[in-house]
Design a protein around this ligand. Sequence first.
Ligand SMILES: Cc1cc2nc3c(=O)[nH]c(=O)nc-3n(C[C@H](O)[C@H](O)[C@H](O)COP(=O)(O)OP(=O)(O)OC[C@H]3O[C@@H](n4cnc5c(N)ncnc54)[C@H](O)[C@@H]3O)c2cc1C
Length: 389
Amino acid sequence: MWDVYEPFIKTKRQKELFSLSEHLAAKVRKRAAETDRKGSFSLENLKDLKDTGYVALSLPKELGGEGLSLYEFVLLQEKLAEGDGSVALSIGWHLGIIMEIRDENLWEPSTFEWLCSEVSAHKKIINRAATEPATGSPTRGGIPETRAVANESGYTITGRKSFTTMAEVLDYYLVSAYIDEFDEIGWFLIERNQSGVSVEHTWDTLGMRGTGSHDLVLNGVHVDKSKLVELKASKQEKPIPKGWLLHIPSCYLGIAIAARNEAIEFAKNYQPNSLQTPISEVHHVKEKVGQMDLELLNARHFMYAVTEKWDHYPEERIRLGPELAAVKTIATNAANKVVDLAMRIVGGRGLSKTSSFERYYRDVRAGLHNPPMDDAVIQTLAQRALDDN
Ligand SMILES: Cc1cc2nc3c(=O)[nH]c(=O)nc-3n(C[C@H](O)[C@H](O)[C@H](O)COP(=O)(O)OP(=O)(O)OC[C@H]3O[C@@H](n4cnc5c(N)ncnc54)[C@H](O)[C@@H]3O)c2cc1C
């Protein structure tokens, strides 16, 4: 079968990094059905991600990592998601957040260096906990109901975060909270084992069950002042586009590739006794195969082109927001279409709980509810088109 990754692996380094992802994808694929059933993040997968050094890839080279570029990040994540989308999305948050802090110099250098040593030497993992029941997606601009109240030695934080991916296995939560003292939103670094921190098992969803995105509850958690690591730059003139969020489209495209490959394999090997050939020779099946590849070519060439632009023209990044957003919408919708087509090829068998197709179908749906959401993307594009300057 034609290898869909081949056109995008261009250098020796990309090939080497990709083989690590390939190795991990094969491992996590074997556990995908079980983690989906359990609805929690697999400890075995976590061990593999740590043992292979995958969790450290986006750290700067001089601080123990590989200084992953956005292109490399997207390439590796797409392959990993082919094995299990939940694993890719989850570890994608961790790797992407490090990339974001690295590239935007968001933290005090000494604090970032400390985090890098936690990741490279002790394989610690981190994720942002931003979503709340009352704000919904933080990208809509809602003010967190989680409050950080200043006191003599630091802050006391109370609130609840929903959708906290890997909540049970994270070492550090990066929690957004409204700070009365500054009338600003800030981000606090909170440890899992700190007093007042607990995880409530609320994650019982249709798709991406293996992300274990439970509620994080903060009940009077005390942190010292140094743990306020970011203040939201509300006075910033133009927000800096977030290239690292392309791990989201790459994840859902990886799931779609898994469905595409399995559907093609099935079509080439399934010959009902009403036919003289496998169903791959039947016109309507061929058409669906072609349509799947049309969707994937369109989304993936666009995604990789924008990613290359991000990496090679840093001065252009500030203007790339609408393109990044468009990649997400095109890719996640294409991924939904591809999985749907794959399931039409496979037929009723794909509905079985023993088939991976029904998991792909559920998982890929979640992409619509990761940021940025489709309506916001369309508004962004319209606004740019209609603006006078
Ligand atoms: C698998 C998965 C993993 C996730 N992991 C994390 C994580 O690790 N950390 C984290 O913080 N979050 C995480 N999230 C949360 C995610 O980023 C969103 O915050 C969450 O899905 C809620 O977004 P929503 O659009 O469904 O909800 P809402 O924002 O509540 O929207 C609900 C509906 O209201 C509409 N709506 C709401 N506000 C507006 C508005 N201002 N203008 C127009 N329409 C509006 C929406 O279009 C939608 O139709 C995860 C989500 C998923 C699915």
